[in-house]
Design a protein around this ligand. Structure first.
Ligand SMILES: [Zn+2]
Length: 510
């Protein structure tokens, strides 16, 4: 195969690629657990912090230090396994995965190799039908769930790209070294056809929801606490063997998972169409242009010289412990979504808008605080989603609480605020001007409740617009919109538009 064949420019149209090849996926998701301390020592796992301040002899791999397994991390791993319908192993050992890289001070990573904690599970994911039919449920098999420790973080300085090539020097921060990780590996996902990229995205989305429900990780992809390696291969339909796979590493957004899989299918199809062969290799995904480029040739398990870690006792969860953990399992996110969707009377589409905006828990909490579901959804998916988007933060990270939203919505329902004024209240809340009541008082945001003032404004507008007024007298109530707009303008947006409309129609009724 010539190098030119695998350049990003050579791509086959996606539909053409799918007409000739069947994709097979394999997804490996790494999740950082939210335990207070690291996997094998007592150091803090807090994100950020001055480099190399959350370190000790154990996570720096200094001679004589000994690791001790974090009980809470094992519990989280077992709960993950249970949520993924896995068998929990009665006995499992940690292994040393040997490789030499500066982000790993011991020159081996403690992981699990042939004795993972959880095996043989599944997760159902729902994928929208591109043709607009009923959504499809795809069952993704889970091969294994195992525990390991994270590596440190390298920063390559002085180059243009931030990559090691062209860098003047590299810095290493071991704060992350030893943070507990769970790796979840799927069985090969076959038979998805053209839906493969959407299935990959839906799977990672569902895993994220599951881990959020379990409370085992803060699952922030942008901070790297959830990252996905996407294995993709393609082969002609009915071929005796699957194609050679590539592994696109550390894809760190849901959309990127979908794009990376789609790109690899198109790229591999171009290579095979040209008579080339796919190289077994890792690849990097580039967020900016949605392409992948070759990384290193892929190691096999033999390259790592795994052997059981002699410093660690095996993990042997007894049945009583597993049963206790089973009792802590939350309602599965898929079932919860369906229950709420039915209770709220929403379409699949409206419900997925709530979920995709990361607003589900916020909407539930806003309803718990007294709002109705449509009012709660309106603000979280409208004004507040816009504000979050503008600030580049998650909805849940805005300084507006579900209780605030319920309070504002109640004032709107009572006619004390209109939508325009409500948006100003939210602006005040986001600017840290105090509670909703304080913002309303300080900014003077109450609607005009003095009926006399409203009637006067309505009469003035009617007098100034005799043509429109006549249309309304003739029964064209829709024409009232133009007058309502002028009254709102005259009252500086502080009138209740519903009441203004009533007044206009009242005074023009023949
Ligand atoms: Zn440590």
């Amino acid at each position: 195969m010539s190098a030119a064949i695998s350049t990003p420019e050579t791509l086959v149209d996606y539909d053409d690629a799918l007409a000739r090849y069947e994709p097979v996926l394999g997804l490996e998701v790494h999740v950082e657990l939210n335990t207070a301390s690291k996997m094998f020592c007592g150091c803090s796992t807090t994100f950020g912090g001055e480099p190399n301040t959350h370190v000790c002899p154990t996570c720096l791999g200094l001679p004589g230090s000994l690791p001790v397994v974090n009980h809470a991390a094992v519990e989280s791993a077992i709960r993950m396994g249970l949520a993924l319908n896995c068998d929990i192993a009665a006995w499992g050992r940690f292994a040393r995965k040997n490789y030499f890289y500066p982000d790993m001070p011991k020159d081996y990573q403690i992981s699990q190799y042939d004795e993972p904690l959880c095996v043989n599970g599944w997760l159902d994911v729902t994928v929208a039908d591109p043709a607009g039919g009923e959504p499809q449920v795809v069952r993704v098999g889970i091969e294994r769930v195992h525990m390991e420790e994270d590596t440190g973080k390298l920063t390559h300085a002085g180059g243009a790209t931030g990559r090691i090539h062209g860098a003047d020097y590299s810095l290493v921060d071991y704060n992350r070294a030893g943070v507990p990780l769970i790796e979840i590996v799927t069985k090969p996902v076959t038979g998805t056809g053209a839906l493969a990229p959407e299935v990959a995205k839906a799977y990672v989305t569902e895993l994220r929801e599951l881990m959020r429900a379990l409370g085992v990780s803060d699952v922030r992809m942008e901070q790297g606490s959830l990252r996905c390696d996407a294995n993709v291969s393609i082969a002609p339909p009915g071929a005796p063997e699957w194609g050679t796979r590539t592994e696109t590493k550390n894809v760190n957004s849901l959309r990127s998972v979908e794009r990376a899989v789609r790109f690899e299918i198109r790229r591999q199809a171009a290579v095979l169409d040209a008579g080339g062969t796919i190289t077994l290799e890792t690849r990097h995904f580039h967020e900016d242009n949605g392409t992948t480029t070759p990384g290193r040739s892929k190691e096999t398990a033999e390259d790592y010289r795994y052997f059981p870690d002699p410093d660690l006792v095996p993990v042997a969860p007894d049945l009583a412990w597993i049963d206790r953990l089973r009792a802590t399992m939350p309602e599965p996110p898929g079932e919860r979504r369906e229950r709420l969707r039915a209770a709220w009377g929403l379409s699949e589409f409206d419900m997925s808008s709530v979920v995709n905006a990361g607003a589900l828990d916020l909407v539930v909490a806003t309803i718990d605080a007294g709002a109705d579901q449509s009012g709660a959804r309106k603000w979280w998916l409208g004004e507040l989603a816009r504000e979050a988007n503008e600030r580049g933060v998650a909805l849940a990270d805005l300084s507006v609480t579900p209780a605030d939203v319920a309070e504002v919505e109640a004032l709107v329902t009572a006619g004390q605020l209109n939508d325009k004024l409500a948006r100003q209240v939210f602006a005040g809340l986001l600017a840290g001007e105090g509670s909703a009541a304080e913002v309303i008082a300080a900014r003077g945001l109450e609607v005009v409740s003095d009926e006399g003032v409203l009637v006067q404004a309505v009469d003035e507008v009617i007098a100034a617009n005799p043509d429109v007024a006549q249309k309304i007298r003739d029964g064209k109530a829709a024409a009232a919109g133009a007058l309502i707009g002028q009254v709102m303008k005259a009252t500086k947006g502080k009138a209740d538009a519903g009441r203004v409309r009533e007044l206009i129609l009242e005074r023009l009724s023949s």
